[in-house]
Structure formats: structure tokens, C-alpha cells
Design a protein around this ligand. Structure first.
Ligand code: COA
Ligand code: ZN
Length: 308
């Protein structure tokens, strides 16, 4: 049996939060449905953040209310306790709390120090245990910060161990601005895997400098089997200058399948979801695989139809 890799599509959150065009709740739900149709079982559906700070994420409560009891892991990003309370009140069962590898990013994103943000996360983890809510902790700017420069790997290692010990389901090591190279990924993830094992670790890459797939490969080599990706490569953080699109889900899935990994995702339907993302946002598609994949999948379907 081939090895399984989990893909968490953060397009409906990381992808949409920075688009010039703000999608309606109905359109966002349509995109989520297209991902589900492609068998994407892990989806970050929205964020419980100030609608003044990020207008594109308003109405995330309506989205989760319409998805109660559905299969898969539907998570929401939360920046603080207020976000946690609103998320859980609306019926969210998995929250993705943001922590920071650097001071500058913590200040810009949530106007807290790194230590304050860590403490807020630890308190939320305790509350979440009582509420039976799953917590994912994302460490933003884990490699480099647009304000402070290179991140201290020791800080990331300490933070990771602290959250795992506190009981999070996984820790996501995020290259928020796409500044990491595969050598750095290999070095940091080797250290974290050696400290904590790979099972509860994940990586989050942006493809700012076309190093996204190389970074996924480096992560795979260290044993990481869970990655965030964004449909059609949508993405970017409004508070992190230089952050462009996430790695495209279709590029990642294509590479994984060709390398013999299993994701459970239907690539044909994923391309349809990517087309929909492109159409809804009106932006040029990110990623590189789609123009190659479309004729390839068509030929494959024709062959299959000829056989049946
Ligand atoms: N959900 C909804 N509203 C929130 C909120 C949340 N999680 N956190 C704060 N707010 C609201 C406050 O109620 C306040 O509203 P008001 O102006 O109508 O009274 C407003 O945001 C500002 O609150 P304030 O007390 O000045 O700041 P804060 O420290 O509580 O919150 C942030 C500030 C940074 C958390 C908030 O602006 C935010 O959600 N930013 C988005 C971060 C983000 O999504 N980054 C990208 C992804 S990593
Ligand atoms: Zn991101």
C-alpha cells in the first residue's frame, strides 16, 4: 500500500483573505463544495477575525452553520480568544490558532507580543479540551519574518514542543512569506521531527520564489506527511509584505501522486475546483500544473471511455 499524505486546502481562507474581489458567502461555499467534490477532506473554510481587519472573512459563521455534521476536518483560523468563542458558538469543531516565530509579525498581525500570543494559544487549548474542540497551532514566520529577518530555529523548536505538550492535534510550520529554501526546510524539519516525531507536524509554504514544490519535497524527505496548499495557488497575507500565493493544491497533489503517494484526492475534479477558484476571484491561476494536467487528464479519460 502506498503512503498517505494529508492535504489541507487553505484556499477558502489564506487564498481569499487577500483577494481584491471579496466573494459572497454563497460563492465561498460553492468553492468549498467543489473541493469536497474532489475528495479534499481537510479544508480551512474561513477565519473568525475582525471583519474590519479582513472583510473577506466576514460570514465564516454562516458557512460553518451550513456545514454541520459533514465529513472531514473543517477548520477555521482564529487570532485570539474572541475568535475562538465566535468560532465555537457557530459550530466549528477544529480551530487553527496562529502563533509566531518572530516578534515583528506577532505585533503586526494581532498587536500582541510573541509571548502574549503563545499564552493566548495555551489558554485556548485548555478551553478547547473542555469544549472537545480540536486545536491546530500554526507557527507563522517560522523561517523568516518580513520585519525581523531570519527566524531563530530554537524559538520554533521550543514553541512546537510547548504546544504539542499542551495537547494540540498538530503544529503547522509556516513559511508565511515564501522565503525558505529546501535546505532550511530540511534542517528545521529534521530537528523538529527528531524532537517530536513527524505524525503531528505539518508544513505550510508560499510559492513566492517558485521554491514551493522543492520545499514540499524537502519536507517529505524528513518524514512530514501533512501539507497546507491552496486551490489554484490563491493566497497571501494582508499583514505580511511580500507574501504571495500559497503552493497550489493541484501542483502538490500531482507531484505526490507521481511520486507514488496517496492523497485520496480526485485530480480531475480538483482541476474543476481550480477553474472555479479562478472564475470566482477573477485572478490569474497560480501553480504551474494546470495547463499540463488538463490535456493529460482528457487523454486519460478518453482511454478509459474507450475501454468501457
Ligand atoms: N473576531 C471578530 N472581531 C474581532 C476579533 C475577532 N477574532 N478580534 C477583535 N475583533 C474586533 C474588536 O471587537 C474590535 O471591534 P470594534 O472596533 O467594532 O469594537 C476590533 O476588532 C478591534 O479590536 P481591538 O480591541 O482594537 O483589537 P484586538 O487586539 O482585540 O484585535 C486583531 C485585533 C488584530 C486580532 C484583529 O484586528 C484581527 O482579527 N486581525 C486579523 C488578523 C488576521 O486575520 N491575519 C491574517 C491571517 S494570519
Ligand atoms: Zn499562509
Amino acid at each position: 500500500m502506498s503512503e498517505r499524505v494529508i492535504i489541507n486546502d487553505v484556499g477558502p481562507r489564506d487564498g481569499l483573505q487577500n483577494q481584491p474581489k471579496i466573494l459572497s458567502v454563497v460563492e465561498r461555499l460553492e468553492l468549498i463544495r467543489a473541493l469536497q467534490a474532489a475528495n479534499v477532506e481537510h479544508i480551512e473554510f474561513g477565519a473568525f477575525v475582525s471583519p474590519k481587519a479582513v472583510p473577506a472573512m466576514a460570514g465564516s459563521d454562516d458557512i460553518i452553520k451550513m456545514m454541520q455534521g459533514e465529513r472531514g476536518e473543517l477548520s477555521a483560523l482564529i487570532p485570539n480568544r474572541r475568535g475562538y468563542d465566535l468560532a465555537v458558538e457557530a459550530g466549528t469543531k477544529t480551530v487553527a490558532m496562529v502563533a509566531y516565530g518572530s516578534e515583528g509579525m506577532a505585533q503586526k498581525n494581532v498587536r500582541m507580543s510573541r509571548a502574549e500570543a503563545d499564552n493566548a494559544t495555551l489558554q485556548i487549548i485548555e478551553q478547547a479540551k473542555r469544549d472537545r474542540v480540536k486545536v491546530i497551532a500554526t507557527i507563522a514566520t517560522a523561517f523568516e519574518c518580513p520585519f525581523d529577518g531570519p527566524t531563530d530555529a530554537g524559538v520554533v523548536a521550543e514553541t512546537t514542543a510547548k504546544f504539542l505538550e499542551a495537547g494540540v492535534s498538530s503544529v503547522v510550520i509556516a513559511d508565511t512569506i515564501g522565503a525558505a529554501n529546501p535546505g532550511q526546510v530540511k534542517s528545521l524539519m529534521t530537528r523538529l521531527v527528531s524532537d517530536n516525531g513527524a505524525r503531528q507536524l505539518a508544513c505550510h509554504f508560499h510559492d513566492t520564489r517558485a521554491l514551493g514544490m522543492a520545499n514540499v519535497f524537502a519536507g517529505l524527505e524528513t518524514g512530514i506527511r501533512r501539507f497546507d496548499a491552496s486551490i489554484s495557488g490563491l493566497g497571501g497575507c494582508p499583514f505580511a509584505p511580500g507574501a504571495t500565493g500559497n503552493i497550489a493544491t493541484e501542483d502538490t497533489v500531482m507531484m505526490l501522486h507521481q511520486m507514488g503517494f496517496e492523497t485520496g484526492i480526485d485530480l480531475d475534479k480538483l482541476i474543476r475546483a481550480s477553474d472555479l477558484a479562478e472564475q470566482l476571484t477573477g485572478t490569474a491561476p497560480g501553480g504551474r500544473s494546470k495547463p499540463w494536467l488538463k490535456p493529460f487528464l482528457e487523454r486519460q479519460n478518453e482511454k478509459q471511455n474507450a475501454r468501457t
